[in-house]
Design a protein around this ligand. Sequence first.
Ligand SMILES: NC(=O)c1ccc[n+]([C@@H]2O[C@H](COP(=O)([O-])OP(=O)(O)OC[C@H]3O[C@@H](n4cnc5c(N)ncnc54)[C@H](O)[C@@H]3O)[C@@H](O)[C@H]2O)c1
Length: 390
Amino acid sequence: MNRNIIRFGVIGCGLMGKEFASAAARWCHLQGVNFEPRIIAVCDTNVEAVKWFERHVPSVLKSTSNYRELLEDPEIDAIYCAVPHNLHADIYIDIIRSGKHLLGEKPFGIDREANSRIMKELENNPDVIVRCSSEFPFYPGAFQLGQWIRENKFGKIIEVEAGFWHSSDLNPNKEINWKRQIKTNGEYGCMGDLGLHVLHLPLRFGWKPKNVRSLLSKVIKERPDRNGIMQSCETWDNAILACEVYTDKQEFPMVLSMKRIAPGHANTWYIKVNGTEFSAEFSTNNPKKLSYLPYTPGSEQAWHVVDVPNQSAYPTITGNIFEFGFSDSILQMWASFCDEIVNGTANLPLQCATPFEAEVTHEIFTAALASNRTGNTVSISRSESIAKTV
Ligand SMILES: NC(=O)c1ccc[n+]([C@@H]2O[C@H](COP(=O)([O-])OP(=O)(O)OC[C@H]3O[C@@H](n4cnc5c(N)ncnc54)[C@H](O)[C@@H]3O)[C@@H](O)[C@H]2O)c1
């Protein structure tokens, strides 16, 4: 099959920029796709980060520390931008204005005001395809759970729980980085960092919270910098959000948690949906395991546990019995973004998170900050934006 080459520039060649390079390098893993990304230019203010790309990505023709050079280059079709949160608004706005497609990173603006500026620019440039990175819904177990939601298998939803947990910050000697400081990571703290991952599927299913009562905590208050001098950690480590969801047909409680300090958990993303006719749970903690419980009145309540086949949105060369992992989910997410650029939305198996979904997360996190300040439950306006995402 002929493949349409999408020529990419990468702005921000750190942790996530490199993940994209790796996914693009193993595109042969995907089967039957008519699109392929090619990274032809990179930008980072850190020379070492750029050098990594020059060493490992032979398709790179241009490297620079000034991202505007990428935006002025007519050979580049699309940009992946993975920079600290304080830079999202200015750089995303310039990318959108340049007419290049954008996969941006969450939280899509350091705060609600920054996010609104990005959304305004999008309104002025409706033809560029702009999506937000969120890879966990592409795990086969999560993908299957999403299919069950679309099939309306659950009956009346009893409750939903979703979360994303890390634990490396339990170590008080871990060096401070930009994610612990308000000026670079934002006041949302762990919510801005982890929250879009948690909300992507619930929002995709139309489950926008009507209100939120939050509990935010700071556990480790100081960390050493690279010179061993203690610096204060300003951002929230952990967040628990108790929400009420009202859809046209249902109302139910939803508990969301985003934790930088969940002892023992390394990148645990999970979702649990309980319903009167069907319940299901998936966690990346055990990426092969998918649990579900079908129920008819009076029947036995028995959880079924299956090793979910290695089948996500896009077929790959990997045999069904083999395990799926983080880098596979990144590859699948990139396939979805490239598919949308080349083929549109008509046959997309799972669309990447949209800017409208990211915008709703800002409404929720802003309300959560207010709730934590006052100890009250805070209402979240019923904006129209959610309707555009489902
Ligand atoms: N999708 C995910 O699973 C996931 C995981 C981690 C981080 N992220 C997100 O990715 C983004 C980047 O995080 P990261 O962990 O890759 O950070 P990182 O610190 O590893 O990389 C950021 C890079 O941006 C570069 N940079 C800073 N200012 C720049 C500028 N003006 N122009 C060009 N480059 C500049 C830095 O030098 C650095 O190399 C954040 O928005 C973060 O929330 C997403």
